[in-house]
Design a protein around this ligand. Sequence first.
Ligand code: KG4
Ligand code: ZN
Length: 378
Amino acid sequence: MQGRTIDQIISMCNGQKKVGLTVLGIETSCDETAAAVVRRGEDGKGIILSNIVRSQFSEHGRFGGVVPEIAARAHAEILDSLIKAALEEAHVRFRELDGLAATAGPGLIGGLLVGLVTAKAIALVHNLPLVAINHLEGHALTVGLTEALDPPYLLLLVSGGHSEFLSAGGHFRYKKLGSTIDDALGEAFDKVAKMLGLGFPGGPAVERFAEGGDPARFAFPRPLLGREAPDFSFSGLKTAVRRAALAHAPLTTQDVRDLCASFQAAAADTVRDRLKAAFRLYAAGAAPRKFVVAGGVASNKALRAAMLQECEAAGFSFHAPPPGLCTDNAAMIAWAGACRIAAGFRDGLDARARARWPISEIASNEAQAARRRLPAET
Ligand code: KG4
Ligand code: ZN
């Protein structure tokens, strides 16, 4: 992978003169408030001019998970100042923008409304195009920003709420190939961290503890191994970790490290096997042998290494955003917005926030909206 660090990408753009599209992105779908300015050159290459993320860990930490009402209020309190800071850092004024992109779903409805209504207000006041972005599409297209890689490719989305294989096609179309039948992978990391008292969010903590642990000490299950369809299941694995933790209580620090390492090894083996199933299904067509992993869990080093190995064995190229752009951020929303604006997409001020919005339904939703608009426009 030839990913660059966020600092490198930001510094590359210092002093560049304005070309292409400059888009302000806003992300408020969960517990991160984020604003970013991204420029998409006429050649389709992207640069990040600013990328500011404020996590709400301290607000939610004592509850052991995200509290929707607290999240929405926190977004509302800081979003304006974050947007101001993102513009200042990018040395861009509202009137120099070419568009606004805000996450419209899926996510927690209160937070989505805060971000989308703010974007609508700015678009209205400054007469700018608005695009309502599907958060998962933001993850899906991030490699285009860092590696200039566009679909088609085989995509694995692994975040706190999603674990799915998709065939990412041209024209913003995504076909689902397989998904989890119970927990998402990020959710399993978070639950394991919670049961071991490692705090929230769990993924980075489990990864840290796994580094000093023995991955072979606990023989945890590898769910759905060998199954033909590229689906996932993580609930049995999570329960097996709980049983082992209870059986060895009180846990020493080394026990916790070994539990984390053994869980992460089981997760990595499962992802390897499910990836092979996805390769078989995807490569049955004539699609190019490119694999992209995206979403918060894609920042996990052990999982990235496992997937890279499987790609090399299967003759697929491996692509992932730099770790700092795998977890939620607004640069990915601005970038998806710039790509959509460049392709001629616009949303009206009636764009809806949607708590549920599967990425595989984006195209059909757009077709429905276009049909609804037809009578008024003719
Ligand atoms: O994409 P994301 O930031 O937010 C959602 O859209 O859900 O993903 C968050 C998820 C959380 O479950 C978090 O624990 C997990 O990604 N995650 C990780 C790592 N960093 C974040 N999981 C495993 N290893 C990591 N290093
Ligand atoms: Zn996300």
